[in-house]
Design a protein around this ligand. Structure first.
Ligand code: SF4
Length: 269
């Protein structure tokens, strides 16, 4: 577990699964792959096997030992619902999250159909817990929008969508049943452009549909009025450089009852 994550919308990361395979354009410049492959062949390193899929049972119980409540991004270096991760192991991950309920978990996937199907059946014990937020990545219309629909079909307490990197205008987003949206542009040397108006459209829809919205970063190639927007920050992460109308970093405020089940979700500015 990494106690201090540099990811703006979380506090820590927990990776009981390592490695992944690419499924859509949002994966093209996967930071996890770039990082993992740097250590392929390094004896004893967690990523000795590069970005190959590995189940890591030794990591399962880490959140149980971490007493201070944290927001934890589950599998920041992988995708819990990819083929090759056994149903039983995913169940074990859910059981740890249910036991170490002092934390808030952010589970993000691009394998939205498997997540939906499991949450509506064998994983239903974790679906309604307010401290487990279930999310999908949605980078474009073709691959991303169907994932949002799959998430909306999952009978869960808290849903979120990560629109990062946003690769095109998503149009009039249907955010019904969604509690939190993250949006941002791509970072890294080969980053694709991020038109700020695409982001503004997401913010507008979130506002209109009363969904908490978190602008993560403008990325390496932000575009404003058709022209590159020059920023000192290489990943566009310095809020002070942003146009005022997109400075927005909200979290959903989830109220739980004593059983840990969601009863109300509001926007926290
Ligand atoms: S699903 Fe996520 S972790 Fe897996 S390759 Fe794509 S971006 Fe990387």
């Amino acid at each position: 577990m990494s106690e201090n994550s540099s990811i703006e919308w979380t506090d820590a990361t927990w990776n009981p699964v390592r490695g992944c395979t690419k499924v859509s354009p949002g994966c093209k410049h996967c930071y996890a792959e770039t990082f993992a492959e740097r250590f392929r062949g390094t004896p004893g390193h967690p990523f000795e096997q590069g970005f190959d899929l590995r189940i890591v049972p030794d990591k399962l119980e880490e959140p149980l030992r971490w007493k201070k409540p944290r927001k934890i991004f589950v599998n920041s270096m992988s995708d819990l619902f990819q083929d090759g991760v056994p149903d039983d192991f995913i169940g074990d991950v859910v059981d740890v999250m249910l036991t170490a309920c002092q934390h808030t978990y952010q589970v993000l996937t691009k394998r939205s159909e498997r997540m939906r199907d499991m949450l509506n059946s064998t994983l239903c014990r974790g679906a309604k817990a307010s401290h487990i937020w279930w999310g999908v990545s949605s980078e474009d219309r073709k691959y991303g929008l169907p994932r949002i629909a799959h998430l909306q079909q999952a009978d869960v307490a808290v849903r979120f969508v990560s629109i990062d990197p946003l690769l095109e205008d998503l149009g009039g987003l249907d955010l019904s049943g969604i509690h939190w949206v993250i949006v941002g542009g791509e970072s890294g040397a080969k980053a694709r452009p991020f038109d700020l108006d695409w982001g503004r459209r997401v913010i507008l829809e979130a506002r209109r549909q009363k969904v908490a919205c978190f602008v993560k970063q403008l990325g390496r190639r932000p575009v404003e009025n058709g022209l590159p927007l020059r920023l000192a920050s290489s990943k566009g992460g310095d809020w002070d450089e942003w146009p005022g109308d997109i400075r927005l970093r909200e979290f959903p405020r989830v109220q739980a009852d004593v059983a840990g089940r969601r009863r109300n979700v509001e926007v926290e500015g």
